[in-house]
Design a binder for this molecule. Structure first.
Ligand code: COS
Length: 386
């Protein structure tokens, strides 16, 4: 159920204040220590950020996609590592269960995911399986009333903190491609599940990724999400459709923030006896950044409303993710340029946000995968119209 206008506005105001007063000022310490201060994580829990998308009956805020997008547009203004802390619970780490889980799975996990007591992670990518997600090699062999998992998952966001993994594994070794894949809810601490060392990354310090390794990891048969084998890839794709919209909103929020930083610098920095904002070559960069971020905002909200109306938004989600992630990369690059030498110096945020933004074009499907999804749908539609 959609929130009434007042509640929605209040929530946006609360989050805007939280971002401006708590998150943005903490960016340097997060970048330096590679950790989000525990008190900020507690405040995120109190505001309900871990449960934005989880239905109210399970303790979440049960937001519509449009409402979620409006809040993520605000949250996206802070360095992306903050959003990463709760975003797997809002998106890829909870939605497999929220969308396709059995009533028992929902009751068991969603309340703790919504409160932030449990961190959820999404384990799809493997050392040999990235964009070709239908080819997962991690196996899940049925033995009596258990499954035995073997394989390695790679670059799993929030894995070092996770209490629960949504794991895509092959239950049917005969079935080639996506049809042999099933999804499982696997609890951290299960014997046979271990973690690799957290990776050192280009940016987004404070957000952590590592390998998740399964060696004869035995899980109960009722960990099979939805209780059905062979539909795990479809579950993953449905989760990613929503996740890509969320990422597009985050990119747009960040682009708006970076544009504000760019303008604040450009009106205060003087060269040739006047503010650099007065130079037309820079003005083109301001205007392009504003217009592109506005276009992304319109795309995100339109796609979100279509999803709320029950439409299939796979193509729109890919369009929004592709456009917004490429767009924030351009905006972050211009911001470095407008800052000149200062743009390359750690003390200013321009270089950090430039590095942080780079990931958006890669995870939850690269730009090239979004292009493939969009183009394939266009070809299918054109053939059907013949
Ligand atoms: N929603 C529901 N079902 C979907 C779907 C979606 N968005 N997309 C595909 N499916 C279904 C298809 O309908 C098909 O079903 P049938 O077998 O019943 O016909 C099945 O899933 C397989 O689809 P398809 O043949 O398109 O799969 P491909 O192996 O060609 O893969 C891509 C398609 C490349 C788009 C997919 O593998 C992908 O998104 N890769 C990127 C993965 C990714 O984002 N990784 C990031 C890691 S997660 S942070």
């Amino acid at each position: 159920m959609a929130l009434d206008q007042d509640t929605r506005d209040q929530l946006i105001t609360t989050i805007r204040r939280f971002v401006d007063e708590r998150l943005i000022p903490a960016e340097p310490v997060v970048a330096e220590t590679d950790a989000i201060p525990a008190e900020i994580v507690d405040e995120m829990r109190e505001i309900g950020l871990f449960g934005l998308s989880i239905p109210e009956e399970f303790g979440g805020l049960g937001l519509t996609m449009e409402e979620e997008a409006l809040l993520v547009l605000e949250l996206g203004r802070a360095a992306p590592a903050f959003r990463s802390m709760f975003a797997t619970n809002v998106g890829i780490g909870s939605q497999g269960i929220a969308i396709d889980g059995t009533p028992e799975q929902k009751a068991r996990y969603l309340p703790r995911l919504a409160s932030g007591e449990l961190i959820g992670s999404f384990a799809l990518t493997e050392p040999e399986v990235g964009s070709d997600a239908g080819s997962v090699r991690t196996s899940a062999r049925r033995e009596g009333d258990t499954y035995v998992l073997n394989g390695t998952k790679r670059y799993i966001t929030n894995a070092p903190h996770a209490g629960l993994f949504t794991v895509m594994a092959r239950t049917d070794p005969e079935a080639k491609g996506a049809r042999g894949v099933s999804a499982f809810a696997v609890e951290a601490g299960t014997p046979g599940l271990s973690l690799g060392k957290p990776e050192k990354k280009m940016g987004q310090q404070g957000a952590h990724v590592c390998d998740v390794i399964f060696e004869n990891c035995r899980i109960p048969a009722d960990a099979l999400i939805g209780g059905a084998e062979g539909v795990g890839f479809k579950t993953a794709m449905k989760v990613l459709d929503k996740g890509r919209l969320h990422i597009a909103a985050a990119c747009t929020g960040l682009a708006e923030r970076i544009t504000d930083d760019m303008m604040a610098y450009a009106v205060s920095r003087k060269q040739f006896g006047k503010a650099i904002a007065e130079f037309q070559l820079l003005q083109a960069m301001f205007a392009d950044s504003r217009a592109e971020a506005y276009a992304a905002r319109c795309m995100v909200l339109d796609a979100a409303r279509r999803r709320d109306a029950g439409r299939d938004v796979s193509v729109e989600a890919s369009c929004a993710k592709m456009f917004a992630s490429e767009m924030v990369g351009r905006v972050a690059d211009r911001n470095v340029q407008v800052h000149g030498g200062a743009g390359y110096i750690r003390e200013y945020r321009a270089e950090q946000l430039f590095r942080d933004a780079r990931l958006f074009r890669i995870y939850e499907g690269t730009t090239q995968i979004q292009q493939t999804i969009i183009a394939n749908a266009m070809i299918d539609a054109a053939r059907a119209a013949l």
